[in-house]
Design a protein around this ligand. Structure first.
Ligand code: 3EB
Length: 326
């Protein structure tokens, strides 16, 4: 595997010093507290125990730096980059989002690793505001304004996760993985592509593909987008968290099948070569979600549970992950 992701006990500082470490994500901290480019605080609280950090490793040596406020760690083949914009200094959510995506694109243009492979968007108070004024919809508007490419037939951006952090969080955070070679974008036959969602979900569609396959040095890895209980473009199983998680897992399964159809070879498995991250809106649902996941996927795949709001008010949980292909 070209990207090794693991959940590790211990402090972020214990891991950032390793020579092959691209980044260490620390849960439950504000992104604005970051000092080392490889240390990325994330404003999502971990729900399970023990407390762990998410460590990304790839072929080194790793070069770190800052570019117009974007911090990055560049390995031989892969780059991790992150942006945290203070919403108060930035203006509206729409402006902030546009700025973040303009910065991301101008950084990638001059990078030896210009191909975005997966983007995580952490949006404070994501469901705040009514109708088209909702923060998530305004975020989508700003992103679409920054991404000049006409979607046409294909996704203009790779896999992504869009998740809500607490309303009190001061920053919009965008972090990403980019590579020296383009990934292969995969859509889900069970779902309408996000960039073709009907108007009722917002003035500009979300821009992301359902998964991106990272192919490099003979290995393939599935970078799954945040996957929720959406079939077609509609939310299924409103108010039923366990059924929402099962539907999300059917979407993951369908994506892995579609990936195999496109790539040939063996089907990607949820095994020790991958990791899953489960986002839960309401803390009270944690035990039900944990038990449902345990009954549905092999024990050997590492997982972490975090509290986060989902981009539609009627969605209670969402899952993403990085899955190894043989
Ligand atoms: C969905 O399927 C759920 O706006 O970047 C998932 C992944 C979702 C990414 C984004 C939103 C985003 O529409 C929400």
């Amino acid at each position: 595997m070209i990207l090794k992701v693991s959940y590790e006990e211990g402090a972020a500082g214990d891991w950032v010093a390793e020579p092959d470490v691209l980044s260490v994500f620390e849960f439950g901290r504000s992104p604005l507290e970051s000092t080392d480019p490889r240390h990325v605080p994330v404003a999502l609280t971990q729900l399970d125990e023990p407390s762990r950090v998410e460590v990304w490793r790839s072929h080194g040596p790793v070069k770190t730096g800052s570019w117009d406020g974007l911090r990055f760690a560049q390995g031989e083949w892969l780059t991790m980059g992150h942006i945290a914009l203070d919403l108060e200094q930035c203006g509206t959510m729409r402006e902030c989002s546009r700025l973040a995506y303009e910065l991301l694109q101008s950084y990638l243009q001059q990078s030896p690793h210009p191909w975005p492979l997966k983007i995580w968007n952490h949006i404070p108070g994501i469901n705040r505001g009514d109708g088209d004024e909702e923060r998530y919809r305004q975020f989508c508007l700003g992103r679409a304004e920054a991404v000049s490419i006409d979607p046409g037939d294909g996704p203009p951006l790779p896999a992504a996760t869009g998740i809500g952090t607490p309303l009190e969080e001061a920053s919009l955070q965008v972090y990403f993985l980019a590579g020296a070679l383009p990934g292969l974008d995969v859509e889900n036959p069970r779902q309408v592509s996000a960039w073709r969602y009907p108007r009722r979900y917002g003035p500009r569609s979300p821009l992301f593909s359902r998964a991106t396959i990272l192919r490099m040095n003979g290995s393939s890895q599935f970078l799954l987008s945040g996957t929720a209980s959406i079939v077609g473009h509609q939310t299924h199983h409103e108010h039923q968290v366990a059924n929402q998680l099962r539907e999300s897992l059917r979407n993951v399964d369908s994506l892995l099948g579609e990936g195999q159809r496109l790539m040939g070879g063996a089907r990607a498995q949820l095994d020790h070569n991958g990791v899953l991250k489960v986002y839960i809106r309401n803390v009270k649902d944690f035990e039900a979600v944990r038990a449902t996941l345990e009954a549905s996927v092999p024990d050997e795949i590492p997982r972490i549970f975090v509290r986060g709001d989902i981009c539609r008010e009627n969605l209670l949980t969402e899952i993403d992950g990085i899955i190894g292909c043989r």
